[in-house]
Design a protein around this ligand. Structure first.
Ligand code: AMP
Length: 545
């Protein structure tokens, strides 16, 4: 017997309909690319998205077409997402921090027909657009008055949009239809296309807004510092309108001072970003003496959140930190580290050790750790292995069947991360599978060593890589960017780590560098780092030869 409930497709457009109807006057505030602060509402965003969908149709866009965006977080980018979805097309966020060759490759793989681009990215597009034959139109997210000279054939967004009215009905869609695309950063091999559906986006946002996840409500004023072009914008473009939270969009300026200015002026209560952004903000707060009295909670993910960052936020500024883990393939939320009754009575040290973990899964994500033979490992908080996940907002395949080896039987997706899970279900990432150090048959977690190293006051950034060793196969090398003006020595660094890690985890050497290479999504590029230390020999290895 079937249930007798209505079929109500989980469509992304229903989210903006709900926001406009029930939270219509809630604000969306943006730092525009042109400079001034811009204010609008969910009701207005919906109206303009309707026009955008109609205007796209006039340009010949058909359901299923891929429409690129090369843009910062602003109200216009949000309108693009909903307008594209409403025309039955697929928003495809492009990461401008990738190399032009990679962006061109990705646009060609997706066969983008139109691209919406911010003023900032016109020079980039001048290099790329001629190499993307599927591209029929470039819309610059500004008005005619701000349109610069360019070799490209472009139209200004405002005037283009004004050519349509808002007398439009969202195109009917199946909830399983593709809604969005985002390519993984591809540190190995070519980037792979992740394709979200309407259903996965809506379910993901329902999961994300829960109290034991991001805990969002209409009383929140949310600043997504994480760009919409990173990992589906962490779903925030749907979560906020779903609950009627105001959005404060930082536009192109993400330095500590600019973020702080918006946090204060707009009384932001919640924000989400990668650790490096928060480190910049904390440095700004420390040097300027400023505070963040309205900020209640920050979600930190995308890379491991070091204990110093967590403690600084909570103890110095009274901001609760939620450490989260996820990936593009998971829409992206996987785990969140939020308090449970088991935390009651923990002392300070135990609490902050626990907060370094990546957290527990919300309903809608299943997770396990296996060995290389796909045998599940015990959840004892020690046994680490390959982290695998499944759920309604987890990829079942990449676009065009790329990278099929990551998708195992029964829906288990191999994340490429190495982790352990404790008896409470709290997961801790110890490494990317390709970065883990294998020393004498045992594994050493580079992330744990890095988190400890950045706790030293003279360390600005740290990375640990494995280097060949004749006796142990590999031993850890700690690569450090010292803080400006600091005179940190190898001995002082190693003394600091002594007693904080198992003896055999101690780095064999410390190398000081001016900068550590990063990927386009801000992660440490270990492969590049390993290349630059390819000829390096550990003193401990020299001693054996
Ligand atoms: P992306 O798809 O670009 O967001 O990258 C996802 C990858 O980032 C994950 O597979 C992890 O390796 C890493 N990552 C994300 N969040 C965390 C975290 N909180 N701690 C450690 N690594 C993380």
């Amino acid at each position: 017997m079937l249930g007798l409930m209505q079929e109500w497709p989980l469509l992304c457009t229903k989210v903006i309909d709900h926001a406009a109807r029930n939270h219509g006057m809630r604000e969306v505030v943006s730092r525009s690319v042109e400079g001034p602060i811009h204010r609008t509402t969910y009701a207005d965003i919906r109206q303009r998205s309707l026009r955008l969908a109609k205007r796209l149709q006039a340009d010949g866009v058909r359901p299923g077409a891929r429409i690129g965006t090369l843009a910062w977080n602003t109200w216009r980018h949000l309108e693009c997402w909903y307008g594209i979805l409403g025309a039955g097309a697929i928003y495809h966020t492009l990461n401008p921090r990738l190399f032009p060759d990679q962006i061109a490759w990705i646009m060609n793989d997706a066969e983008d027909e139109i691209v919406f681009a911010d003023l900032t990215f016109i020079p980039l597009l001048e290099a790329i657009a001629p190499r993307v034959p599927s591209l029929k139109r470039i819309v610059v997210l500004t008005d005619a008055a701000h349109l610069p000279q360019t070799t490209l054939d472009v139209v200004p967004y405002e005037e283009w949009l004004a050519e349509a009215d808002d007398d439009f009905t969202w195109l009917e869609a199946d909830e399983r239809d593709a809604a969005g695309m985002c390519y993984t950063s591809g540190t190995t091999g070519m980037p792979k296309g992740v394709v979200y559906s309407h259903r996965s986006n809506v379910l993901h946002s329902m999961i994300a807004t829960q109290p034991d996840a991001m805990n969002l409500s209409s009383r929140d004023r949310v600043m997504p510092v994480v760009p919409l072009f990173h990992a589906n914008g962490w779903g925030i473009a749907f979560s906020c309108p779903m609950v009627g939270a105001a959005m404060i969009m930082p536009g192109p300026k993400m330095d500590g001072a600019s973020i702080h200015e918006l946090l204060s002026a707009e009384r932001v209560s919640f924000s989400a970003a990668v650790p490096t952004v928060w480190m910049m903000l904390l440095q700004h707060l420390q040097s300027s003496g400023a505070t963040v009295p309205d900020l209640k909670r920050v979600v930190i993910g995308g890379a491991a959140c070091p204990r110093v960052v967590c403690e600084a936020f909570e103890k110095r500024y009274g901001v609760e930190v939620v450490h989260a883990w996820g990936m593009t393939e998971m829409s992206p939320l996987g785990t969140l580290n939020v308090p449970t009754p088991d935390w009651d009575g923990l002392d300070d040290d135990a609490l902050y050790r626990l907060k370094e973990k990546q957290g527990r899964v919300p309903f809608g994500v299943e997770m396990k750790v296996t060995d290389d033979e796909n045998r599940e490992l015990p959840g004892d908080g020690r046994s680490f292995g390959r982290l695998k996940v499944r759920g309604p907002a987890v990829s079942s395949a990449y676009y065009k069947g790329a990278g099929a080896e990551a998708f195992g039987p029964e829906g288990w997706f191999d994340t490429g991360d190495v982790a352990h899970i404790d008896p409470q279900g709290t997961m801790q990432i110890t490494d990317r599978a390709k970065d883990v150090i294998k020393s004498g048959g045992e594994w050493i977690s580079t992330i744990e060593l890095e988190n400890l190293a950045v706790g030293h006051p003279d360390v600005a950034e740290a990375a640990v890589i494995g280097v060949p060793h004749p006796k142990w196969d590999e031993r850890p090398l700690l690569v450090v960017v010292p803080r400006e003006g600091a005179s940190l020595t190898r001995e002082a660094m190693l003394t600091y780590l002594e007693g904080r890690v198992a003896r055999w985890w101690m780095p064999d050497d410390v190398a000081f560098v001016e900068a550590i290479p990063h990927t386009a999504t801000g992660k440490i590029q270990k492969m590049e780092l390993r290349k630059s230390f390819a000829n390096y020999r550990l003193p401990s290895a020299e001693a054996l030869t």
